[in-house]
Design a protein around this ligand. Structure first.
Ligand SMILES: NC(=O)c1ccc[n+]([C@@H]2O[C@H](COP(=O)([O-])OP(=O)(O)OC[C@H]3O[C@@H](n4cnc5c(N)ncnc54)[C@H](O)[C@@H]3O)[C@@H](O)[C@H]2O)c1
Length: 363
């Protein structure tokens, strides 16, 4: 049994996201109906392959010819070198325009495999099978694919929609705690920008990953639905899709100052959402960051003390490529569920929000 979300990007870009437990049968039925099952390429995160190889073998057992390509874990795989390695392997083995490519892993695998699928033969069928919470609620949805460049993250890529997404939450049984809280930060972001009931649901579930499973299926589904809605409104990121960056302008600065790898993206976004809430409150909007209090200890336990250098954080915000004429663009909240874009010229207010937020984490 799975829950289905219909995605309509455009007339010729429509697909379904299936969310549930043990989706092998649904996946097999889908492939039987859609592909000739002569050949499939499986691009899989090395850890996921190690932990779930039996499950994966069963998934693709109906295909005559299965080519499994492992992707080394970690952000450094989102590189031109790895894209080149994989593309070479695929072209040397041989691929047709109708041969599907199945991406099994977190956001790194999805982004890289998606870009391979978008570029090999100018596009082959892509199926996402996300295996991290973040990939299920965020990166597998919306069609952004790509790799990093030495000058910055995600600078090379394309919008490329998959044929389908299968989010089987039983993959999450092996997820480490730091990956849980990374994904949870994105769920809390959806709570803040669209559906504040998710705050209460997460309060109930946050200390017991995957228990009960059906509740987690519902949370993943609701989060995915929110992302789908926003992406459908703005597939190419010309407007409202920016709301998905709530907490991210602050978060990116913290990642940069702390050193990538020292703090995870999800931790940084969590901190950034508290700062964005504080900033919104300072402008008179009724959004107390107390909403985030029930989750604070979980994040603090995982994180090292944060920098206290608000000047450096401000400089990092100003150096963002999107900043024009010293105006920093923030996503703020009018009220819960109602985000808006704000052009910030008064940088002292940013420093105030930083001080307030860092105090919460360092005391
Ligand atoms: N395309 C988009 O719209 C979009 C949106 C958000 C983030 N992203 C990208 O996503 C990436 C981050 O994704 P992520 O957080 O999933 O990281 P990730 O893909 O690096 O996975 C995190 C870790 O979890 C491991 N892992 C994956 N599935 C597992 C499982 N089921 N059990 C145990 N371990 C497992 C991986 O090996 C890795 O060590 C970043 O590159 C980011 O830029 C893309």
């Amino acid at each position: 049994m799975s829950n289905i979300i219909d995605v309509h990007i455009s007339l010729d870009q429509q697909y379904q996201i299936a969310i549930g437990e043990q989706l092998a049968q649904s996946f097999k039925a889908y492939c039987e109906a859609r592909y000739n099952r002569n050949k499939i390429f499986v691009l899989i995160d090395e850890n996921v392959n190690r932990l779930h190889n039996n499950k994966v073998a069963k998934l693709v057992s109906d295909f005559k010819d299965v080519h499994l390509i492992e992707i080394p874990e970690g952000e450094s795989s989102k590189s031109a070198r790895e894209w080149n390695n994989i593309t070479n392997k695929i072209l040397e083995i041989g691929i047709e325009r109708s041969t599907p490519l199945l991406a099994i892993g977190g956001g790194v695998t999805g982004d890289l495999a998606g870009f391979v699928a978008a570029t090999v033969l100018r596009g082959v069928p892509l199926i996402h099978m996300p295996t991290t919470l973040l990939a299920m609620v965020d990166s597998s949805i919306g069609g952004k694919t790509g790799i990093n460049h030495t000058t910055g993250k995600n600078l090379i890529g394309s919008f490329y929609q998959p044929d389908a997404v299968f989010s089987d939450i039983t993959f999450l049984e092996t997820l480490e705690q730091k990956e849980w809280i990374t994904g949870m930060a994105e769920i809390l972001k959806y709570a803040a920008i669209r559906n504040s009931e998710l705050f209460e649901v997460m309060e109930e579930l946050i200390h017991q990953p995957l228990t009960p499973k059906q509740r987690w299926v519902e949370v993943v589904e609701e989060s995915a639905r929110i992302k789908v809605d926003i992406v459908q409104e703005d597939a190419l990121e010309a407007g409202n899709r920016a709301y998905l960056n709530f907490g991210h302008t602050f978060g990116h600065a913290l990642e940069k100052v702390s050193g990538y790898g020292e703090i995870t993206h999800g931790e940084a976004v969590f901190v950034g959402m508290i700062a964005a809430c504080h900033f919104s409150q300072e402008l008179g909007h009724p959004v107390s960051d107390a909403r985030f209090a029930p989750f604070l200890s979980l994040y603090k336990k995982q994180m090292s003390p944060l920098t206290t250098d608000t000047e450096e954080l401000l400089e990092a915000m100003k150096s963002d490529k999107k900043v024009k004429d010293n105006t920093i663009r923030l996503v703020l909240l009018n009220e819960w569920g109602s985000p808006y874009l704000y052009s910030c010229e008064d940088h002292s207010m940013l420093q105030k929000s930083w001080s307030y937020t860092l105090d919460k984490f360092n005391t």
